[in-house]
Design a protein around this ligand. Structure first.
Ligand code: SF4
Length: 339
């Protein structure tokens, strides 16, 4: 008996010839089954009036976001709720309509040239990922880092984009001129959780390899296990594999936080659960009566991560939550270092 060919196993999947016939008859619009992925995003160039945004009640004074929206499209992303400021939704719009601040480098240069500028800490990437794929084209993050280095301004930068290794030279300039900390966000190395929760991001191990490259280049780079998502990346086994990988890749520090849900992020995440994991909804409704899960739950998770850090040689010296540890570059909510 003839064995079925590999590509015949799933009869619902069309062959390339069938696709060609469809397109010939009806153009690309005929591909009604095609998935619209994050890379089909629309980019809109905008003029910004200011580059630096003053914040209060955070461990940093200023934020800088060259883009708004993020094609990485993490379902838990706290920045989803900010997209409503532009009259767009926190769901598909957040990951597929990206605002590009075309003039951000020039505006930043003018702001740092002001005599009143006192070189306070700037957090880069608090409402978007500064190394999402479009940065390869616009190089706005790179331009901003060059201006910050010239202005001897200290920064903390958070990203999930391995593209950051492209800018090792500028990050080194910043390290020498002021202070520079890179926080690579790797909430988990578990492949299933990664695929489900962070659809547009690079593989977690690719991000950790970027950390290794940055550290080898002399840059103060560490990892944020943030956010840990209950039920998806919170098991002891997944936490241990993640902590071990972080240690194996030479991270200079590690911090963690548990997911919080608020406004548009909450509604997006709960709708995602109802669609994809309805059996988890009742548990989440109990766990997230407010925007944070109960303190006891967070402390339990924190204790486990600390124990694992000790076990894998990421002792207190390397912890981002020690009192004299690295400053929190991303705020207490999404990526803070205290629970
Ligand atoms: S990479 Fe960061 S900014 Fe982008 S969607 Fe994920 S959490 Fe949000």
């Amino acid at each position: 008996m003839r064995q079925p060919l590999l590509f015949q196993l799933n009869r619902d999947i069309p062959t390339t010839r069938q696709i060609a016939t469809l397109v010939k008859a009806g153009g690309a619009a005929a591909l009604t089954e095609a998935q619209r992925r994050a890379d089909a995003a629309r980019y809109l160039e905008v003029q910004c009036r200011s580059a630096l945004n003053r914040v209060e009640g955070m461990p940093f004074e200023w934020t800088l976001n060259p883009y708004r929206g993020c094609t990485h499209g993490c379902h838990y992303c706290f920045a989803r709720r900010y997209h409503v400021q532009f009259e767009m939704n926190a769901d598909d719009d957040f990951a597929s309509v990206i605002l590009v601040k075309r003039n951000v480098v020039e505006v930043l240069r003018r702001e740092l040239d002001r005599p009143s500028w006192t070189r306070e800490l700037v957090a880069v990437g608090t409402a978007t990922d500064p190394y999402q794929p479009i940065e390869g084209h616009y190089k706005l993050t790179r331009g901003c880092l060059e201006v910050l280095a010239r202005g001897r301004t200290p920064i903390g930068l958070v990203t999930k984009g391995p593209m950051i290794v492209r800018d090792r030279d500028v990050l080194l300039d910043l390290t020498r001129a002021a202070e520079c900390r890179v926080y690579m966000s790797v909430p988990t190395v578990d492949e299933e959780a990664w695929r489900i929760l962070e659809p547009g991001t690079a593989h977690p191990l690719q991000r950790l390899r970027a950390v290794r490259e940055l550290v080898d280049a002399g840059i103060n780079a560490g990892v944020l296990m943030a956010p840990i998502v209950p039920g998806f990346s919170s098991s002891r086994d997944k936490l241990e594999r993640t902590v071990k990988s972080i240690a194996d890749h030479g991270a200079r520090f590690v911090g963690c936080n548990v997911m919080y849900l608020q406004d548009g992020t909450r509604s997006h995440f709960m709708a995602f659960l109802e669609r994809e994991f309805p059996s988890l909804v009742p548990r989440y409704e109990r766990l997230y009566r407010s925007k944070y899960p109960p303190t006891t739950y967070r402390k339990e998770l924190q204790g486990m991560v600390r124990m694992l850090q000790d076990r894998h040689g990421l002792g207190p010296r390397d912890r981002a939550d020690r009192p004299d540890g690295p400053a929190d570059a991303t705020g207490p909510e999404q990526a803070g270092f205290s629970w």
